[in-house]
Design a protein around this ligand. Structure first.
Ligand SMILES: *[C@@H]1O[C@H](CO)[C@@H](O)[C@H](O)[C@H]1NC(C)=O
Ligand SMILES: *[C@@H]1O[C@H](CO)[C@@H](O)[C@H](O)[C@H]1NC(C)=O
Length: 449
């Protein structure tokens, strides 16, 4: 037994060392994504796998059917999570009946979808319901007014459905927010190039490669380049990489207040700055969200000031704590409180504001704090953390930088995926443990500083 324990301990140490070594040597490279046609094939295969979970999902929440009705440009929030990759909007009136794959509907397509602007769509639906006889029919009409993902039934469409359908079916309507949330947040498992994670990781590596390049002398000339220049460089780079985004990237600079020269353009990146970027991309029906930090050296070979390094280290510690407490089934609000208690215990000051990520950038599921609501969030913070989803671990430590004489936030954001084998969260690509460095350049402007 003793030998086994020590072997296991040795293995754990080795694994940790390997992980640390892997982390230290992360050197992201640009990865080509498949061409659009191949992307559509992959996406459709993932959607099929997600749709196969529907019968169990409905049974778990005690409903027999889930009805989604929408018109072109007034789609239900769940639409993008089940549409074919080559469909961009719902056409005309698109009515989808998801079912539990039993009795008269066993083996039928799931969902059964009608695309029809005439009243015939309702008689067709009614005929199927008569044969299927569902006792409870879920609709996306969230009564709390807090959960967008289970509230996709537009108000005019709801009236149309209620007017058209037999009262007997309307009486069987119910809203169970977790049905839409579980469906939308579900990540298709499996490693390898057929899996979602394989390409999600490639997307994330591309983001890291973009930040590496964007926060380097290739793009930034201290004293000349503005933060806006870098933001637009990121946007153009995404275009060249054949990806889009779900938010305009933001680049911000931090520096000691007394160093800032009056009358200077505050957006010009200067030696001695700490730079922050918040950036995400969209491709293959997936979204990423990342925040990193960089330091702009003041002379050749200058190291990152210790105060800045300490701020990042504390943010890394907060990431560890979040992943440690973020167990499946707990509410986001509970995880938030537990992380905050442990932070207080360790004397760390900061904010935690993590969100699910996937088909949407701010995706379906429980949130762990909002940046301006550190007391937790009603309703969406009380949802359970779901396995088989992905999260953006977004947070910031707040640290008094001795060298600068001010306290500043050290914002970090990295995405994690649910690991089926260990039943825990793993970084999709990695996390930032070292500052990106914009090296010193002997420009005229620098010499004036
Ligand atoms: C649906 O039912 C058919 C027929 O019983 C069965 O072959 C199929 O595997 C079921 N599909 C799912 C996703 O449960
Ligand atoms: C982007 O797409 C174009 C056109 O298909 C292709 O020539 C180019 O190599 C692609 N770039 C990347 C980085 O995948």
């Amino acid at each position: 037994m003793a030998t086994m324990v020590s072997l296991r301990a040795l293995l754990a140490v080795l694994l940790t060392l390997t992980a640390v070594a892997a982390q230290a040597s992360l050197s992201p490279q640009y990865k080509r994504l498949p061409d659009l046609r191949h992307r559509a094939e992959l996406e459709n295969a993932w959607t099929a796998k997600r749709l196969a979970t529907v019968p169990k999902l409905l049974k778990r929440y005690g409903v027999d059917a889930w009805l989604i009705s929408q018109r072109e440009y007034a789609e239900d929030t769940a639409f993008r999570s089940y549409k074919p990759a080559t469909t961009f909007y719902a056409r005309r009136r698109t009515v989808s009946l998801f079912h539990a794959n039993d009795s008269s509907l066993a083996g039928s397509p799931n969902p059964i979808t009608w695309i029809d602007i005439t009243p015939e769509v309702w008689t067709d639906l009614d005929r199927v319901l008569e044969a299927y006889e569902p006792d409870r029919i879920a609709i996306n009409d969230d009564p709390t007014g807090h959960i967008a993902f289970s509230d996709g039934l537009h108000s005019g469409e709801r009236k149309a459905v209620i007017k058209a359908l037999d009262k007997k079916w309307v009486d069987r309507f119910t809203t169970i927010p977790l049905i839409a949330i579980e469906f939308i947040s579900y990540r298709v498992g499996g490693e390898g190039p057929e899996g979602q994670l394989f390409w999600y990781r490639a997307m994330m590596e591309n983001v890291w490669a973009m930040i590496d390049e964007g926060f380097s002398n290739r793009i930034v000339t201290p004293g000349l380049t503005t933060t806006t220049d870098v933001e637009w460089w990121f946007r153009e780079k995404m275009d060249n990489m054949n990806v889009t985004t779900w938010f305009h990237p933001s680049v911000t600079r931090y520096r000691a207040p007394m160093v800032d020269m009056a009358g200077h353009d505050h957006s010009i990146i200067q030696p001695g700055d700490m730079l922050h970027v918040d950036i995400g991309i969209t491709a293959l029906g997936m979204n990423t969200d990342t925040q990193h930090l960089a330091y702009v050296a003041r002379w050749d070979g200058e190291h990152v000031p210790d105060g800045l390094k300490e701020g990042l280290r504390l943010a890394n510690r907060m990431q560890d704590l979040t992943l440690e407490y973020m167990e499946e089934g707990k509410t986001g609000n509970l995880v938030l409180r537990e992380v905050q208690e442990q932070m207080a215990h360790e004397g760390i000051v900061g904010k935690v504001y993590c969100h699910p990520i996937g088909d949407y950038g701010h995706a379906a599921g429980s949130v762990i704090g909002f940046v301006d609501h550190q007391e937790g969030m009603p309703v969406i913070g009380d949802l359970p953390i779901l396995a088989h989803s992905a999260y953006s671990i977004e947070l910031s430590s707040s640290y008094l930088v001795d060298e600068w004489g001010i306290e500043i936030p050290f914002q970090q954001e990295e995405d994690v995926h649910w690991d089926e084998d260990s039943e825990s969260w793993k970084w999709v690509y990695g996390r930032q443990e070292k500052f990106h460095i914009v090296k010193w350049q002997p420009t005229l402007v620098n010499q004036a500083v």
